[in-house]
Design a protein around this ligand. Structure first.
Ligand code: SF4
Length: 365
């Protein structure tokens, strides 16, 4: 039997849903791409990436046949790069092991890299109309408020409780619409701050609304302080006015992306000492450090960094890829074909603003 919650919500969704590109198709591949991109990322940010990605890789066959560098270049700037690497890996699995068809059973789809319970439930319900309830941040907020659950949402027991409630409430006939409706309500009406309860289709049965507790539910215990890392990198320039860049190992954070060589400052070390030590360890060379070029700040999900970039020149030795997959020399004119993480890309964009692209002047004394 359809519940009050489910009925009201899906009616509201039909009349109020946003016109988003992935809602125009029931193609499982396109839905899969959208669900992976939407993890931890805002809808507005995802739209242009989604459109570009599907233009470059319109089918799972195109994605499977692409190189990892092509995929990461398309993903550049979207963050959480393991999603792109896993999607690419999984596309090859779909082609090789499932005849090019996205699996429609929970057992099979969760064998694909990067597809956990949330993505599986989303793809199976939206693309295949299967009864699996999704639970993400929006759903947790709607469910805890609607049911008046004041327990800490960081606890696994609370998440499990929410999942059980979501499994009970899901609409049998239209599970995909139901899932999207709860997430849409969380995004548009049941917002983290100042929810628009007067416009909410389920307010008459919402416990937090009735008890005026929407400002204290959901409860999330404070997180610890976010660590901050100081990273020092070398802008190493050669005689041909080229920069040395390194390809990060695939199994590391930001794996498969390029960067300027360098690393984390150790205790009691100056930033110059960090660059000298890191470049010796990573490339096996002795360097001369010239001036500081720039400091850039960037925030990842679990830590923050300040990236300090120094102009450097090799004094001794031939650089080798000791800590990376590969190293190459590249000119500013050719660097855009390579994918870089955000802070490195900002650095490059700033370098490209230099009038004549003459980098050598920074290492001339
Ligand atoms: S009534 Fe308010 S708090 Fe309750 S589900 Fe609707 S928007 Fe959220």
């Amino acid at each position: 039997m359809i519940s009050f919650f489910s009925e009201k919500l899906t009616e509201w969704y039909a009349a109020n849903k946003r016109d988003l590109p992935w809602r125009k198709s029931d193609n499982a591949y396109k839905i899969w791409v959208s669900e992976i991109m939407l993890q931890q990322t805002r809808v507005d940010t995802v739209i242009p990436y989604y459109e570009r990605f599907l233009e470059a890789f319109p089918t799972v066959y195109h994605l499977a046949a692409a190189s990892q560098q092509e995929v990461l270049k398309c993903w550049e700037g979207l963050g959480y790069y393991s999603r792109g690497r896993n999607l690419h890996h999984a596309a090859k699995m779909v082609v090789n092991d499932f005849g090019g068809k996205i699996p429609s059973s929970y057992e099979d789809i969760t064998t694909l890299k990067g597809i956990g319970p949330y993505s599986a439930a989303a793809i199976l319900s939206i693309a295949f109309n299967k009864r699996f309830a999704v639970v993400d941040g929006n759903v947790i907020r709607v469910m805890t408020r609607y049911h008046g659950i004041s327990e800490d949402i960081r606890k696994n027991s609370t998440k499990k409780w929410v999942q059980e409630l979501a499994d009970e409430l899901i609409d049998d006939k239209h599970p995909g619409d139901y899932n999207q409706a709860v997430m849409e309500l969380g995004a548009l009406i049941c917002t983290p701050r100042n929810p628009l309860c007067e416009k909410c289709p389920v307010s008459q049965n919402c416990i937090s609304f009735m008890k005026m507790e929407t400002d204290i539910i959901p409860y999330k215990s404070p997180s610890g302080k976010i660590p901050h890392k100081e990273i020092a990198v070398g802008l190493i320039v050669n005689e041909k006015n080229e920069l040395l860049i390194a390809l990060r190992p695939n199994d590391s954070m930001l794996g498969g992306l390029w960067e300027f060589p360098g690393g984390k400052r150790e205790k009691n070390e100056t930033l110059r000492e960090t660059v000298i030590r890191e470049l010796k360890e990573e490339l096996g060379v002795d360097i001369e450090v010239y001036s500081k070029y720039q400091d850039l700040k960037h925030t990842y999900s679990h830590f923050k960094i300040t990236l300090h970039a120094f102009w450097c020149r090799i004094r001794n030795g031939k650089p080798k890829a000791r800590a990376s997959q590969e190293i190459i020399w590249v000119s500013l004119d050719n660097v855009d074909q390579y994918p870089f993480p955000k802070a490195n890309r900002t650095l490059l964009n700033n370098l490209k603003k230099l009038e004549d692209h003459n980098l050598k002047r920074f290492i001339e004394r």
